[in-house]
Each structure stands twice: as structure tokens, then as C-alpha cells.
Write a protein that binds this ligand. Structure first.
Ligand code: KIV
Length: 271
């Protein structure tokens, strides 16, 4: 468990050094203490308390319903399990778009109440003032461009973003602005690999890709997807490293059978 207020081993500066050395950055989401403890001990560099918690923890269709209080609950639980990784927390929908003062207040609540290391915000030029204000308060910000799930009702689809020249140029422009504003890294979600490579080569801050090809400085996946806890989401970019859905289903149905058959508990499993 980390000491309250301690600086964890992976810092934003270390991520920049990793980019300079050509060492890839490994990032995964976590939303609870037990998973974060395993993820951290396995050597992950960055843990994202993503608003994807709305989907995989709470069962919502989109990420829009999750609240700041819910994100703070998840982030606090994660931080208690982490010693080494940098912990980044998503600012949820509605907590930064209004104006930069609202954004700063939301980011301050996350930093004060969770002891995480940084926040992540979706968007480019349109939220730049909020990014600047949060950074000026000493809070590190990770950007997020490309597919931005909080804007799903604007786009109407989760398909690949920035395939057209105009959208690709806007994304490059936004990436430059986020770097100039002082973001320490930027997530690039579901964009063509060639565009992600171009952005990665142009920026001095690290890019972390999800469905953005192999040229980005790091990769991120939702932990429930890569462990195969979810089995109804299979985009091309997702590599499943385990079938926990299968493992858990079999274990639980064996338990049910044992209880029904009066085989559990046996004599050695009682007092
Ligand atoms: O919320 C999340 O899990 C994310 C990642 C997909 C980058 O933002």
C-alpha cells in the first residue's frame, strides 16, 4: 500500500524519459483495490481509472452516466492497491465541459480525495482553457483524442475516427495544442495507424494508443476486455490474454453443483 501523499515510482517525467529512450509504456485500466494490486505488481507503468467503469463495472451502455463521486470511489480503491504505477483518473462527462472553473474544481476534488497522480480529459481545442487552468494549479493532465466516448451522441458511432483529411488535420492541431498547454501525454483512440505514427513522431510528449497501431509510445486496454471477463466486445484491436469469463463461469457452476449435491462443505471445510 502506498503511503499517503507519497510519490509513486512511475512519474510523468519518467514517461517522457521512456519515450526518449524508445521504451514502450504499458497502461491498463483498473477500478477496484484487488485488481489494481495485481495489475501494479505485474509491472504496469500507468493505471487508468477510466470512466469505462460506467460500462464494465456499472453496466451502462455509454460512459455518460458515471458521476464524479463514483469516479472518486473507484480511484480511492485503486490508489490503496498501488505502489509503483502512475495513477490517472478520468474526469467524467459533465465535470469539465461547462467552464474552466468547474473543470478545476473537479480535478482538485479528484486529487484531494483520491491521492491519484493525474487526471485525463477528452477533447482538444474546445476544452483547452480547462486543460490550461488545471495544469496551472499543478495537476498533471493526460489528453484524449480520436474516438472520445463521452461524445458518442455527437458522433453516433464507435467506428474509427479521423479517416478523412479534415478530421486528421484537426486531430494533429489538437495534439499540438494539448502539448503546448502542458499535457504530459495523450491517448489516441481508434484512429488510423499512419495518423497515430505521424502524431507520435511530431510530439515530444508520449502518445498512448488504443486501436491506433504499434507506433504509439505506449498501449492501453480496458482490463476487463484483455482478461476476457467481458466476452461480448471484440473489436479488431483487442487482444485477449485470458478467458476469465470461461474460468469464472466454470468455477461458479462447479460451486453451485457442489452445494446442491451437499458436497460442499465437506468435513475438512468445517469447524
Ligand atoms: O475510460 C477508459 O477506459 C479510457 C480508455 C479506453 C483509454 O478512456
Amino acid at each position: 500500500m502506498s503511503v499517503a501523499g507519497a510519490v509513486r515510482a512511475v512519474t510523468t517525467l519518467r514517461l517522457t524519459e521512456m519515450k526518449q529512450r524508445g521504451e514502450k509504456i504499458a497502461m491498463l485500466t483498473s477500478y477496484d483495490y484487488s485488481t489494481a494490486k495485481i495489475v501494479d505488481a505485474a509491472g504496469i507503468d500507468v493505471i487508468l481509472v477510466g470512466d469505462s467503469a460506467a460500462n464494465v463495472m456499472a453496466g451502462y451502455e455509454t460512459t455518460l452516466p458515471i458521476t464524479l463521486d463514483m469516479m472518486i470511489y473507484h480511484a480511492r480503491s485503486v490508489v490503496r492497491g498501488v505502489n509503483r504505477a502512475l495513477v490517472v483518473v478520468d474526469l467524467p462527462f459533465g465535470t469539465y465541459q461547462g467552464n474552466s472553473k468547474v473543470a478545476l474544481d473537479s480535478a482538485i476534488r479528484i486529487m484531494k480525495e483520491t491521492e491519484a497522480d493525474a487526471v485525463k480529459i477528452e477533447g482538444g481545442e474546445e476544452i483547452l482553457e480547462s486543460v490550461q487552468r488545471i495544469i496551472s494549479a499543478g495537476i498533471p493532465v493526460m489528453g484524449h483524442l480520436g474516438l472520445t466516448p463521452q461524445s458518442i451522441h455527437k458522433f453516433g458511432t464507435y467506428s474509427v475516427r479521423a479517416k478523412e483529411e479534415a478530421e486528421a488535420e484537426k486531430l494533429i492541431h489538437d495534439a499540438r495544442l494539448l502539448q503546448e498547454a502542458g499535457c504530459f501525454a495523450v491517448v489516441l483512440e481508434k484512429i488510423p495507424a499512419t495518423l497515430a505514427k505521424r502524431v507520435t513522431e511530431e510530439l515530444s510528449i508520449p502518445t498512448i494508443g488504443i486501436g491506433a497501431g504499434g507506433a504509439t509510445d505506449g498501449q492501453v486496454l480496458v482490463v476487463h476486455d484483455m482478461l476476457g471477463i467481458t466476452n461480448d466486445f471484440s473489436p479488431r484491436f483487442l487482444r485477449r490474454y485470458a478467458d476469465l469469463h470461461g474460468v469464472m463461469s466454470e468455477a461458479i457452476s462447479n460451486y453451485v453443483s457442489d452445494v446442491k449435491a451437499k458436497d460442499f462443505p465437506n468435513e475438512k471445510e468445517q469447524y
